[in-house]
Design a protein around this ligand. Structure first.
Ligand code: GUN
Length: 277
């Protein structure tokens, strides 16, 4: 089996399945994406989401708001989309410009349309197995891990991450599959010792080349969520890819690993919300 976990290829397969499923059921879900300001990476992500929606047959409702839009106007936009019958799913592209209270914006979403699964109510439901969707990023990571066909039960997973919004659902997903899971912050003094125990190592911290060869276990599965722009045409992950490559059993490239999977999972979750309506 190929050592490189190819998110572009697996994402394309999932998108093809979604396209066929929508054609068979003759439904056309609607996804609204709200982008505030002109952050270049965010513009690129939104354009990729738009293209993917068009390819599978999901209506893409694009709301591009000025960088100096008021919080009130953004809340009104969300209220409008919450009520719009043609919109099944809403995504507010993050990060928002600094004048916004992100928590307040997420809380304003109708939880039934919150396609990221970021709303407090949805996080609570997810942790109690009562949610319609699984948040896209951890779901995409799971699909990549499953692609390896390795047994997960009783194996050790280590997640290197600062934020709870990703790590909390990721921990649950892995524990549900009977893995032992440890969470470690990138600045922990025992980082290398912990990451060296990982059968599955998942890294999401935005520090280029943080994980070096001496920090991975032999034959580990390594999932790199980092996207770090080194210069205009050069993007790397949080893992020293070429340094660890020979030692590990499976690894995701950056770009072309987790990124395309999150887009496929966004489409998947949009369909789920549309069907649940
Ligand atoms: N910005 C980068 N990734 C994401 C994502 O998955 N959802 C949202 N809302 N914003 C993002």
């Amino acid at each position: 089996m190929n050592k490189i976990l190819d998110g572009i290829k697996i994402g394309q397969q999932i998108q093809q399945e979604i396209k066929e499923d929508l054609a068979k059921k003759n439904i056309r879900p609607g996804l609204a994406v709200v982008l505030v300001g002109e952050d270049a990476p965010s513009q690129l992500y939104v354009s990729k989401k738009k293209k993917a929606c068009q390819e599978v047959g999901i209506d893409f409702h694009e709301y591009l708001l000025d960088v100096d839009t008021s919080q009130e106007h953004l809340l009104e936009t969300i209220d409008f989309l919450n009520k719009d019958e043609n919109v099944d799913a809403i995504l507010v592209q993050l990060p928002l410009p600094e004048q916004f209270d992100t928590d307040k914006i997420i809380t304003a979403l109708d939880p039934k349309k919150d396609v990221d699964g970021f709303h407090k109510e949805n996080i609570k439901n997810f942790l109690k197995d009562k949610s319609i969707i699984t948040p896209g990023l951890p779901l995409g990571v799971l699909r990549l891990i499953e692609q390896t066909k390795e047994k997960l039960g009783n194996k050790q997973a280590v997640i290197v991450s600062k934020g709870k919004i990703f790590s909390q659902p990721m921990i649950k997903i892995l524990e549900d599959r009977k893995m032992k899971v440890s969470l470690v912050k990138p600045d922990d003094k025992n980082l290398a010792k912990l990451t060296s125990t990982a059968d599955v190592l998942i890294v999401s911290c935005g520090v280029p080349f943080l994980i070096k060869e001496n920090m991975v276990k032999k034959d580990a599965i390594v999932i790199d969520i980092g996207i770090n722009k080194i210069d205009k045409d050069y993007v790397v992950g949080d893992v020293d890819y070429s340094g660890v490559f020979d030692k590990v059993k499976f690894i995701t490239p950056v770009p072309g690993g987790v990124g395309p999977m999150t887009i496929a999972m966004l489409l998947y979750n949009t369909v789920k919300l549309a069907e649940a309506k």
